[in-house]
Design a protein around this ligand. Structure first.
Ligand code: PLP
Length: 417
């Protein structure tokens, strides 16, 4: 099917939820993707943080092939061997003790909220009203289902679906005073992304995170960290909270966990997990043998790549800073992020939009988040040469968009293959 006929047919058949770029992708290998016209793209978005190992990694392909030939699904009514091994690996790297497997980020976050409410109820042995309020952060994003939306601190996602889950208050980002003001003994959980992703790549400050831990521990409330985008190696450590020496009570992960297959997880302590009993929570697909076998292989690969993420991430950050320091780019507002979760904030939404489009024309995929923020989530296998190419093209695009140079000066750097 051609791109034109896919666009035409989708327009008639699908819910109009996505405003897709007009590219039909056909295959990928390593850091590159190829479209239906044979154009090659350097992938600096990795399917919004999912393809952390790049495309068609041989170790993932062989695990997929082997497991698909043995067992794909059995339901959670029976045992298979992979949930245990995956849980062993995830608990080891997170410092937590228990896992629950599901299918997506939002499902992991929903489960975490349920667990926090349940734990508060079970802890409530003195006859008072159990803790039930949840504190979340302004500008956050936790997913599209109702509980996740209710804790997402951005009106554009929430408002069309109101009324949402009651009991959620929003704290100003990194504002310790506001956190102190809004926290009290009715709060069962403080939930936040260690690095806000959709909100424009904003790392939470160490002091704010430590205060959230201290306050929650002081009343028996839980600290829940959403590491769906920033976790599993993205920032150069297994989890972003490990940069701050703070241990959450619950952490949620998803995106890269099964290298492109849908899989999410809730990780928690024995103490919190003890509130849960059979029948209280579950899923049909979550934690199936295929996804779990692939996730085990993903974590093996991650062990090898983790130091590289830190190194190449620092290099990338320095190159973005270099770009920002160029006097001619007064349009660059900020450079932010950790590891390979980086952002360049521009001073206008239109400029950010056209920059993404122009980079795509030059064979580079990134995206725009929070209107004005260019987001970079490359696969962990990128090298300095790939970073240099992105900086070179970004430099040219910003130059063409911020000077009087005619746009026709753009080169076509795509190569065919
Ligand atoms: C931090 C964070 N939490 C939750 C989600 C929701 O994940 P999913 O789209 O897999 O439901 C996302 C997705 O972008 C995310 O970035």
């Amino acid at each position: 099917m051609s791109l034109a006929s896919v666009i035409r047919t989708e327009g008639k058949l699908l819910l109009p939820t996505y405003d897709r770029h007009k590219i039909l992708f056909e295959r990928g290998r390593g850091v590159y993707l190829w479209d239906s016209r044979g154009h090659r793209y350097l992938d600096f978005l990795s399917g919004i943080g999912v393809n952390a190992l790049g495309h068609a990694r041989p170790a993932i392909q062989s695990t997929l092939k082997r497991q698909a030939g043995r067992l794909i699904h059995i339901s959670n009514l029976y045992f298979h061997e992979y949930q245990t091994e995956l849980a062993q690996r995830l608990t080891k790297i997170s410092g937590l003790e228990r896992a629950f497997f599901c299918n997506s980020g939002t499902e992991a976050w929903e489960g975490a909220l349920k667990l926090a409410r349940l734990y508060a109820r079970v802890q409530n042995t003195n006859g008072h009203k159990p803790k039930w309020r949840i504190l979340a952060l302004e500008n956050s994003f936790h997913g599209r289902t109702f509980g996740s939306l209710a804790t997402t601190g951005q009106a554009k996602y929430r408002d069309p679906f109101a009324p949402l889950l009651p009991g959620v208050s929003f704290v100003k980002f990194n504002d310790e005073e506001d956190l102190r003001k809004k926290f009290d003994s009715s709060v069962c959980a403080i939930g936040l992304e260690t690095v806000q992703g959709e909100g424009g790549i904003r790392p939470v400050s160490r002091d704010f995170l430590r205060l959230a831990k201290k306050l929650s521990a002081s009343t028996g409330a839980l600290l829940i960290l959403d590491e769906i985008q920033c976790g599993l190696g993205r920032t150069g450590k297994y989890f972003a909270y490990q940069h701050h020496d703070v241990k959450p009570d619950i952490v949620t992960v998803a995106k890269p966990l099964a290298a492109g297959l849908p899989l999410g997880a809730i990780l928690t302590s024995n103490r919190v997990a003890s509130a849960m009993h059979p029948g209280m929570h579950g899923t049909t697909f979550g934690g199936g043998p295929l996804a779990c076998a692939v996730a085990i292989q993903f974590l093996r690969e991650l062990d090898k790549l983790l130091p590289h993420v830190g190194e190449v991430g620092s290099y990338f950050m320095a190159r973005l800073e270099w770009l920002k320091a160029k006097a001619k780019y007064s349009c660059v507002r900020d450079v932010r992020g950790m590891g390979l979760m980086l952002a360049l904030e521009l001073d206008s939404a239109d400029l950010a939009k056209s920059t993404v489009a122009d980079l795509m024309q030059r064979g580079i995929l990134i995206n725009r988040t929070h209107e004005t923020v260019l987001r970079f989530l490359p696969p962990y296998i990128v090298g300095q040469q790939h970073v240099d190419r992105v900086i070179h093209e970004l430099d040219a695009v910003l130059l063409s968009n911020t000077s009087t140079k005619p746009k026709s000066y753009k080169s076509t750097v795509r190569s065919k293959s």
